[in-house]
Write a protein that binds this ligand. Sequence first.
Ligand code: FDA
Length: 303
Amino acid sequence: MLRSFLLYLSERQALKNLLSRYALGRRLAGRFIAGEEPEDAVRAVRRLTGEGFAVTLDYLGESVHETRHAEQARDVYLGILDRLEAEGIQSHISVKLTQLGLEIDEALACRNLRAICERAARRRSFVRIDMESSAHTDATLRVFRAAQAPPEVLGIVIQAYLYRSETDISELLGCGARIRLCKGAYKEPPEVAFPRKADVDANFVMLMEKLLASGHYHAIATHDSKMVAATLEFARARGIGADRFEFQMLFGIGRRMQRDLLRKGYRVRIYVPYGKQWYSYFMRRLAERPANLLFLLKNLVRG
Ligand code: FDA
């Protein structure tokens, strides 16, 4: 109920304008984002890689409705890839296709994605397409395929809460795709997604096993200790080495687990978002854990 309300708010322009305008909003969002400027992102990548983590950078933004904004986002990503190389630091990047123009024209999003993949290949980086709401799943998969980038350069995300995901994974594995498995963060109707957490979790475990058993390199993205334990147990039982997959977690969430896994010799990649368009991302993080609202209210009271 609260989750649905927060996800509803995540799409409301008026609240976005209100929160984004004030320093307080930025301070609250600061728990989940590296900052608003490229320097903040570079600093976070340097710190995290110094601690032994791998990173994927996300330049925040989604649902753009003007071609020039989609092209600006593409150029920001090209600049990030150049900057990472110039600074001598390693990071993957994560992109949202609606930020690259998917809602304007699939061909535009595909052109922008290709340009980013070409630069990433030159810079020995990797591009992950984040998965957005189910309204975009088909188009996202079409653009992923149309980009025709090799699996070492481009990967995709699959959400365990969608009924369709088992079929999507089977098709994607057929072409050697590298997949990030997550639970799914959007407001979805019961016609397309499991409404109950227990079913999402069971599907996550089933899909995780399918991915790990495939022999391709995938990412298990979760802060859920039960999902992490199930992954470790499956890998151990099947003799799948720690170098054959990676865990991924969001910046500022599950920090103890991040460090524990790293200490045990697993690769842990931190998803680091930065930029001024943090509102929707921030609201989705609140929706995932209602206790975060308490943290928000405490900060509001302190002013
Ligand atoms: P679950 O929600 O069951 O949480 C398990 C535990 O983790 C909680 O009890 C709490 O302790 C902690 N936790 C989880 N979320 C928290 C939060 N916001 N604040 C504080 N603690 C929290 N989704 C999507 O739809 N498309 C995508 O492309 C991606 N990409 C992505 C990348 C990476 C690296 C991660 C880790 C996640 C995503 N997601 C995503 C988000 C994902 O779908 C999901 O919403 C969150 O990861 C929360 O689900 P958990 O697996 O953590 O489990």
